[in-house]
Design a protein around this ligand. Structure first.
Ligand SMILES: Cc1ncc(COP(=O)(O)O)c(C=O)c1O
Length: 392
Protein backbone atom coordinates (compact mmCIF):
# COMPACT_ATOMS: atom_id res chain seq x y z
CA UNK A 1 0.00 0.00 0.00
CA UNK A 2 1.33 3.41 -0.89
CA UNK A 3 1.66 5.81 2.05
CA UNK A 4 -0.87 8.62 1.95
CA UNK A 5 -0.28 12.32 2.48
CA UNK A 6 3.08 12.33 0.66
CA UNK A 7 2.47 13.20 -3.02
CA UNK A 8 5.80 11.70 -4.14
CA UNK A 9 5.11 8.36 -2.48
CA UNK A 10 1.47 8.32 -3.65
CA UNK A 11 2.45 9.04 -7.23
CA UNK A 12 5.53 6.84 -7.47
CA UNK A 13 8.40 7.55 -9.84
CA UNK A 14 6.86 8.05 -13.28
CA UNK A 15 3.85 6.18 -11.91
CA UNK A 16 5.93 3.20 -10.73
CA UNK A 17 5.68 2.48 -7.00
CA UNK A 18 8.89 2.25 -5.00
CA UNK A 19 9.92 1.52 -1.44
CA UNK A 20 11.69 4.53 0.00
CA UNK A 21 14.36 3.54 2.53
CA UNK A 22 16.52 6.64 2.18
CA UNK A 23 15.09 9.08 4.73
CA UNK A 24 18.53 9.48 6.34
CA UNK A 25 19.47 11.25 3.12
CA UNK A 26 16.31 13.32 2.79
CA UNK A 27 12.62 12.81 3.59
CA UNK A 28 9.74 13.13 1.11
CA UNK A 29 7.58 16.18 1.75
CA UNK A 30 4.04 15.79 3.11
CA UNK A 31 1.31 17.61 1.21
CA UNK A 32 0.82 20.05 4.10
CA UNK A 33 4.44 21.21 3.80
CA UNK A 34 4.19 21.68 0.03
CA UNK A 35 0.99 23.70 0.55
CA UNK A 36 2.55 25.85 3.27
CA UNK A 37 5.43 26.74 0.95
CA UNK A 38 3.24 27.51 -2.07
CA UNK A 39 0.67 29.26 0.18
CA UNK A 40 3.31 31.75 1.30
CA UNK A 41 4.27 32.49 -2.31
CA UNK A 42 0.63 32.86 -3.37
CA UNK A 43 -0.61 34.95 -0.46
CA UNK A 44 2.36 36.86 0.96
CA UNK A 45 5.70 36.51 -0.84
CA UNK A 46 7.32 39.56 0.78
CA UNK A 47 10.59 39.97 2.63
CA UNK A 48 10.77 39.75 6.44
CA UNK A 49 11.82 42.31 9.08
CA UNK A 50 11.98 45.10 6.52
CA UNK A 51 8.80 46.30 4.82
CA UNK A 52 5.98 48.36 6.28
CA UNK A 53 3.11 47.04 4.20
CA UNK A 54 0.64 44.23 4.97
CA UNK A 55 2.48 41.66 2.83
CA UNK A 56 5.75 42.28 4.66
CA UNK A 57 4.02 42.21 8.03
CA UNK A 58 2.25 38.95 7.15
CA UNK A 59 5.51 37.40 5.96
CA UNK A 60 7.35 38.45 9.12
CA UNK A 61 4.57 37.11 11.29
CA UNK A 62 4.52 33.72 9.51
CA UNK A 63 8.33 33.52 9.62
CA UNK A 64 8.51 34.29 13.35
CA UNK A 65 5.63 31.91 14.08
CA UNK A 66 7.76 29.17 12.52
CA UNK A 67 10.67 30.18 14.78
CA UNK A 68 8.39 29.83 17.83
CA UNK A 69 7.29 26.41 16.61
CA UNK A 70 10.87 25.22 16.14
CA UNK A 71 11.78 26.53 19.60
CA UNK A 72 8.81 24.82 21.27
CA UNK A 73 9.61 21.58 19.41
CA UNK A 74 13.00 21.28 21.13
CA UNK A 75 12.14 23.03 24.40
CA UNK A 76 14.06 26.21 23.58
CA UNK A 77 13.29 29.95 23.63
CA UNK A 78 12.74 31.56 20.18
CA UNK A 79 15.78 33.82 20.71
CA UNK A 80 17.91 30.65 20.84
CA UNK A 81 16.91 29.55 17.32
CA UNK A 82 19.13 30.72 14.44
CA UNK A 83 18.02 29.87 10.91
CA UNK A 84 20.76 28.72 8.55
CA UNK A 85 20.83 26.81 5.26
CA UNK A 86 21.41 23.34 6.75
CA UNK A 87 23.09 21.46 9.60
CA UNK A 88 26.44 21.86 7.85
CA UNK A 89 26.14 25.64 7.82
CA UNK A 90 24.98 25.60 11.45
CA UNK A 91 28.18 23.81 12.51
CA UNK A 92 30.34 26.07 10.32
CA UNK A 93 28.65 29.13 11.81
CA UNK A 94 29.40 27.86 15.29
CA UNK A 95 33.05 27.17 14.40
CA UNK A 96 33.40 30.70 13.03
CA UNK A 97 31.58 32.45 15.88
CA UNK A 98 33.70 30.59 18.46
CA UNK A 99 36.83 32.25 16.99
CA UNK A 100 38.75 28.98 17.20
CA UNK A 101 42.50 28.84 16.58
CA UNK A 102 45.00 26.09 15.69
CA UNK A 103 45.76 25.38 19.38
CA UNK A 104 42.11 25.03 20.36
CA UNK A 105 41.08 21.39 20.63
CA UNK A 106 37.70 20.06 19.54
CA UNK A 107 36.83 16.46 20.43
CA UNK A 108 34.60 14.31 18.19
CA UNK A 109 34.29 10.62 17.32
CA UNK A 110 36.04 9.28 14.19
CA UNK A 111 32.64 8.07 12.96
CA UNK A 112 31.20 11.57 12.53
CA UNK A 113 29.68 12.85 9.30
CA UNK A 114 32.09 15.10 7.35
CA UNK A 115 29.97 18.08 8.37
CA UNK A 116 30.81 17.44 12.02
CA UNK A 117 34.51 16.94 11.27
CA UNK A 118 35.63 19.53 8.74
CA UNK A 119 34.50 22.70 10.57
CA UNK A 120 36.69 21.58 13.50
CA UNK A 121 39.54 20.23 11.37
CA UNK A 122 39.77 23.48 9.39
CA UNK A 123 39.30 25.93 12.28
CA UNK A 124 40.84 24.10 15.25
CA UNK A 125 42.86 21.06 16.30
CA UNK A 126 40.84 17.85 15.94
CA UNK A 127 41.01 15.31 18.79
CA UNK A 128 39.38 12.02 17.88
CA UNK A 129 37.56 9.38 19.88
CA UNK A 130 38.22 5.96 18.32
CA UNK A 131 35.62 3.56 16.98
CA UNK A 132 35.21 -0.20 17.31
CA UNK A 133 34.93 -2.72 14.45
CA UNK A 134 31.20 -2.01 14.09
CA UNK A 135 31.76 1.72 13.72
CA UNK A 136 30.59 2.62 17.24
CA UNK A 137 32.56 5.25 19.17
CA UNK A 138 34.51 4.07 22.22
CA UNK A 139 32.42 6.31 24.44
CA UNK A 140 34.58 5.77 27.52
CA UNK A 141 37.51 7.57 25.82
CA UNK A 142 36.00 11.05 26.21
CA UNK A 143 37.38 11.68 29.70
CA UNK A 144 40.94 10.89 28.57
CA UNK A 145 40.65 13.26 25.59
CA UNK A 146 39.68 16.36 27.59
CA UNK A 147 42.54 18.79 28.26
CA UNK A 148 42.93 22.41 29.35
CA UNK A 149 42.90 23.33 25.65
CA UNK A 150 39.56 21.63 24.85
CA UNK A 151 37.11 24.26 23.58
CA UNK A 152 34.28 22.00 22.49
CA UNK A 153 32.97 18.45 22.29
CA UNK A 154 30.85 17.82 19.21
CA UNK A 155 28.94 14.61 18.61
CA UNK A 156 26.11 13.18 16.52
CA UNK A 157 23.03 12.30 18.54
CA UNK A 158 22.36 9.45 16.08
CA UNK A 159 25.01 8.16 13.68
CA UNK A 160 24.11 8.52 10.01
CA UNK A 161 25.92 5.22 9.33
CA UNK A 162 24.91 2.93 12.19
CA UNK A 163 21.65 4.51 13.40
CA UNK A 164 22.83 4.02 16.99
CA UNK A 165 21.76 6.62 19.58
CA UNK A 166 24.76 8.15 21.35
CA UNK A 167 24.88 8.39 25.16
CA UNK A 168 24.93 12.17 24.85
CA UNK A 169 23.56 12.75 28.35
CA UNK A 170 26.70 11.15 29.84
CA UNK A 171 28.98 12.96 27.40
CA UNK A 172 27.40 16.30 28.25
CA UNK A 173 27.89 15.61 31.97
CA UNK A 174 31.53 14.56 31.49
CA UNK A 175 32.33 17.58 29.30
CA UNK A 176 30.53 20.04 31.56
CA UNK A 177 32.37 18.67 34.61
CA UNK A 178 35.53 19.80 32.80
CA UNK A 179 33.96 23.17 31.91
CA UNK A 180 33.67 22.30 28.21
CA UNK A 181 30.55 23.07 26.12
CA UNK A 182 28.92 20.43 23.92
CA UNK A 183 27.46 20.69 20.41
CA UNK A 184 24.99 18.05 19.31
CA UNK A 185 24.62 17.19 15.64
CA UNK A 186 20.94 16.25 15.61
CA UNK A 187 20.66 15.90 11.83
CA UNK A 188 19.60 12.24 12.12
CA UNK A 189 17.81 12.30 15.46
CA UNK A 190 15.55 15.33 15.10
CA UNK A 191 12.84 13.52 13.11
CA UNK A 192 12.94 10.28 15.11
CA UNK A 193 13.09 11.00 18.81
CA UNK A 194 11.81 13.70 21.14
CA UNK A 195 14.50 16.26 21.98
CA UNK A 196 14.43 18.69 24.88
CA UNK A 197 17.50 20.92 24.94
CA UNK A 198 16.84 22.04 28.52
CA UNK A 199 16.63 18.45 29.81
CA UNK A 200 19.70 17.50 27.78
CA UNK A 201 21.52 20.63 28.91
CA UNK A 202 23.46 20.82 25.63
CA UNK A 203 25.03 24.12 24.63
CA UNK A 204 24.46 23.93 20.88
CA UNK A 205 22.33 21.77 18.60
CA UNK A 206 22.29 21.64 14.80
CA UNK A 207 19.85 20.09 12.34
CA UNK A 208 18.42 20.34 8.81
CA UNK A 209 14.83 20.82 7.71
CA UNK A 210 15.05 18.41 4.77
CA UNK A 211 15.62 15.37 6.99
CA UNK A 212 12.47 16.11 9.02
CA UNK A 213 9.87 16.44 6.23
CA UNK A 214 10.65 20.11 5.58
CA UNK A 215 12.04 21.86 2.50
CA UNK A 216 15.69 21.87 1.48
CA UNK A 217 17.88 24.92 2.16
CA UNK A 218 16.91 25.52 5.78
CA UNK A 219 18.78 24.52 8.91
CA UNK A 220 18.79 25.45 12.56
CA UNK A 221 21.48 26.24 15.08
CA UNK A 222 20.24 26.25 18.65
CA UNK A 223 22.46 28.32 20.97
CA UNK A 224 21.78 28.23 24.70
CA UNK A 225 21.08 31.83 25.59
CA UNK A 226 23.98 32.30 27.99
CA UNK A 227 26.41 31.03 25.35
CA UNK A 228 25.81 34.01 23.04
CA UNK A 229 28.04 36.13 25.27
CA UNK A 230 30.99 33.91 24.33
CA UNK A 231 30.38 34.03 20.58
CA UNK A 232 31.78 36.44 18.01
CA UNK A 233 30.13 37.20 14.69
CA UNK A 234 29.08 34.86 11.92
CA UNK A 235 28.18 36.14 8.46
CA UNK A 236 27.88 39.91 8.29
CA UNK A 237 25.69 42.18 6.15
CA UNK A 238 22.15 43.45 5.96
CA UNK A 239 19.64 42.33 8.55
CA UNK A 240 22.15 41.75 11.36
CA UNK A 241 23.11 45.40 12.06
CA UNK A 242 21.04 47.96 13.88
CA UNK A 243 23.29 50.90 12.94
CA UNK A 244 26.25 51.48 10.65
CA UNK A 245 28.48 54.59 10.81
CA UNK A 246 31.63 55.48 8.90
CA UNK A 247 33.89 53.84 11.49
CA UNK A 248 31.76 51.35 13.37
CA UNK A 249 28.57 49.33 13.36
CA UNK A 250 26.22 47.98 15.98
CA UNK A 251 24.71 44.52 15.74
CA UNK A 252 21.16 43.42 16.49
CA UNK A 253 20.41 41.05 19.33
CA UNK A 254 20.62 37.30 18.67
CA UNK A 255 19.26 35.39 16.86
CA UNK A 256 19.07 38.20 14.23
CA UNK A 257 22.78 38.96 14.72
CA UNK A 258 23.45 35.59 13.10
CA UNK A 259 20.97 35.85 10.22
CA UNK A 260 22.64 38.21 7.75
CA UNK A 261 20.90 38.62 4.40
CA UNK A 262 17.44 37.57 3.28
CA UNK A 263 16.60 34.15 4.72
CA UNK A 264 14.88 31.24 3.01
CA UNK A 265 11.45 32.50 4.06
CA UNK A 266 9.32 29.86 2.35
CA UNK A 267 11.72 27.21 3.60
CA UNK A 268 11.35 28.34 7.20
CA UNK A 269 7.56 28.45 6.86
CA UNK A 270 7.71 24.95 5.35
CA UNK A 271 9.83 23.79 8.29
CA UNK A 272 7.13 25.07 10.64
CA UNK A 273 4.58 22.95 8.72
CA UNK A 274 6.93 19.94 8.87
CA UNK A 275 7.10 20.23 12.65
CA UNK A 276 3.31 20.42 12.75
CA UNK A 277 3.28 17.18 10.73
CA UNK A 278 5.65 15.48 13.20
CA UNK A 279 3.64 16.75 16.17
CA UNK A 280 0.36 15.61 14.66
CA UNK A 281 1.72 12.06 14.47
CA UNK A 282 3.48 12.41 17.82
CA UNK A 283 7.21 12.05 18.48
CA UNK A 284 6.59 9.21 20.94
CA UNK A 285 4.81 7.20 18.26
CA UNK A 286 7.49 8.02 15.69
CA UNK A 287 10.27 6.90 18.05
CA UNK A 288 8.47 3.65 18.94
CA UNK A 289 8.03 2.95 15.21
CA UNK A 290 11.71 3.70 14.53
CA UNK A 291 12.78 1.31 17.29
CA UNK A 292 10.49 -1.49 16.10
CA UNK A 293 11.55 -1.24 12.45
CA UNK A 294 15.19 -0.85 13.55
CA UNK A 295 14.99 -4.08 15.53
CA UNK A 296 13.38 -5.89 12.59
CA UNK A 297 16.06 -4.59 10.23
CA UNK A 298 18.98 -5.59 12.46
CA UNK A 299 17.55 -9.01 13.30
CA UNK A 300 16.94 -9.73 9.63
CA UNK A 301 20.35 -8.50 8.48
CA UNK A 302 22.16 -10.64 11.07
CA UNK A 303 21.04 -13.77 9.20
CA UNK A 304 22.35 -12.51 5.88
CA UNK A 305 25.33 -14.51 4.54
CA UNK A 306 28.49 -12.62 3.45
CA UNK A 307 27.37 -9.47 5.25
CA UNK A 308 29.22 -7.29 7.74
CA UNK A 309 26.75 -5.27 9.75
CA UNK A 310 27.67 -1.93 11.30
CA UNK A 311 26.29 -0.86 14.66
CA UNK A 312 24.52 -4.17 15.27
CA UNK A 313 25.71 -4.15 18.87
CA UNK A 314 24.14 -0.75 19.56
CA UNK A 315 21.48 -1.17 22.19
CA UNK A 316 19.42 1.92 21.39
CA UNK A 317 18.80 2.69 17.77
CA UNK A 318 16.48 4.02 15.10
CA UNK A 319 15.56 2.23 11.86
CA UNK A 320 18.82 3.05 10.10
CA UNK A 321 21.83 0.85 9.52
CA UNK A 322 24.61 0.09 7.05
CA UNK A 323 26.15 -3.14 5.91
CA UNK A 324 28.92 -4.37 3.66
CA UNK A 325 27.90 -7.24 1.42
CA UNK A 326 30.75 -9.13 -0.23
CA UNK A 327 29.57 -10.09 -3.68
CA UNK A 328 31.86 -10.67 -6.68
CA UNK A 329 32.30 -7.56 -8.86
CA UNK A 330 29.63 -5.62 -6.99
CA UNK A 331 30.39 -2.41 -5.12
CA UNK A 332 28.01 -0.86 -2.58
CA UNK A 333 26.92 1.68 -5.20
CA UNK A 334 26.30 -1.13 -7.76
CA UNK A 335 24.14 -2.89 -5.18
CA UNK A 336 22.13 0.25 -4.40
CA UNK A 337 21.53 0.74 -8.13
CA UNK A 338 20.50 -2.89 -8.57
CA UNK A 339 18.08 -2.72 -5.65
CA UNK A 340 16.50 0.38 -7.19
CA UNK A 341 16.32 -0.96 -10.75
CA UNK A 342 15.40 -4.59 -10.12
CA UNK A 343 13.45 -4.34 -6.86
CA UNK A 344 12.15 -0.77 -6.67
CA UNK A 345 13.90 -0.29 -3.32
CA UNK A 346 15.55 3.11 -2.97
CA UNK A 347 18.41 3.40 -0.48
CA UNK A 348 22.00 4.72 -0.26
CA UNK A 349 25.28 3.10 -1.28
CA UNK A 350 28.77 4.49 -0.72
CA UNK A 351 30.46 6.31 2.14
CA UNK A 352 27.53 8.40 3.42
CA UNK A 353 29.89 11.36 4.05
CA UNK A 354 31.81 9.24 6.57
CA UNK A 355 35.07 8.43 4.78
CA UNK A 356 37.09 8.12 7.98
CA UNK A 357 34.74 5.53 9.46
CA UNK A 358 34.97 3.40 6.31
CA UNK A 359 38.75 3.88 6.10
CA UNK A 360 39.26 2.77 9.69
CA UNK A 361 37.03 -0.29 9.13
CA UNK A 362 38.75 -0.96 5.79
CA UNK A 363 35.45 -0.97 3.94
CA UNK A 364 35.10 0.24 0.34
CA UNK A 365 31.61 1.58 1.01
CA UNK A 366 28.39 0.22 2.52
CA UNK A 367 24.69 -0.03 1.77
CA UNK A 368 22.50 2.10 4.05
CA UNK A 369 18.81 1.55 4.69
CA UNK A 370 16.82 4.07 6.71
CA UNK A 371 13.09 4.07 7.43
CA UNK A 372 10.56 6.66 8.59
CA UNK A 373 7.01 6.70 9.88
CA UNK A 374 5.53 6.04 6.39
CA UNK A 375 7.48 2.76 6.09
CA UNK A 376 6.12 -0.48 7.50
CA UNK A 377 7.32 -4.01 8.32
CA UNK A 378 6.49 -5.04 4.74
CA UNK A 379 9.09 -2.58 3.40
CA UNK A 380 11.80 -4.04 5.64
CA UNK A 381 10.75 -7.58 4.65
CA UNK A 382 10.99 -6.62 0.97
CA UNK A 383 14.54 -5.34 1.49
CA UNK A 384 15.57 -8.43 3.45
CA UNK A 385 14.11 -10.73 0.75
CA UNK A 386 15.95 -8.83 -2.00
CA UNK A 387 19.26 -8.93 -0.09
CA UNK A 388 18.91 -12.65 0.63
CA UNK A 389 18.22 -13.26 -3.04
CA UNK A 390 21.30 -11.25 -4.05
CA UNK A 391 23.64 -12.89 -1.55
CA UNK A 392 22.59 -16.41 -2.46
C1 LIG B 1 24.75 13.14 11.09
C2 LIG B 1 24.72 14.19 10.03
N1 LIG B 1 25.27 15.38 10.26
C3 LIG B 1 25.25 16.36 9.36
C4 LIG B 1 24.68 16.16 8.14
C5 LIG B 1 24.69 17.29 7.16
O1 LIG B 1 23.39 17.65 6.83
P1 LIG B 1 23.15 18.73 5.67
O2 LIG B 1 23.75 18.14 4.42
O3 LIG B 1 21.68 18.86 5.58
O4 LIG B 1 23.85 19.94 6.08
C6 LIG B 1 24.11 14.94 7.81
C7 LIG B 1 23.54 14.69 6.49
O5 LIG B 1 23.47 13.59 6.02
C8 LIG B 1 24.12 13.91 8.80
O6 LIG B 1 23.57 12.73 8.56
Amino acid sequence: MRPEGYPLLERGHDGEPFIYLDSASTTPRPRTVIEAVSGYSERLGANVHRGLHPLAEGSTEAFERARHRVAAFIGAHPSEIIFTRNATESLNLLAKAMNLGPDDEVIFPASEHHSNQLPWRVNAKPVLVDIDDEGLPRWEQLASRLTARTRLVSVAHVSNVTGVIAPIEEWIQTAHAAGVPVAIDAAQSIAHLPIDVRALDCDYLAFSSHKMFGPHGVGVLYVRRDRYAQLGLGNVGGGMVSLLHEERFETREPPFRYEAGTPNIEGVIGLGAAIEHLQRIGMGKIFAHAQALGEQLITGLRTLPRARLLGGRGARRIALTSLALTLPNMSATDLARLLADAHGIYLSGGYHCAHLLHERLELPGTLRASAQIFNDAGDIDALLRALHELSR
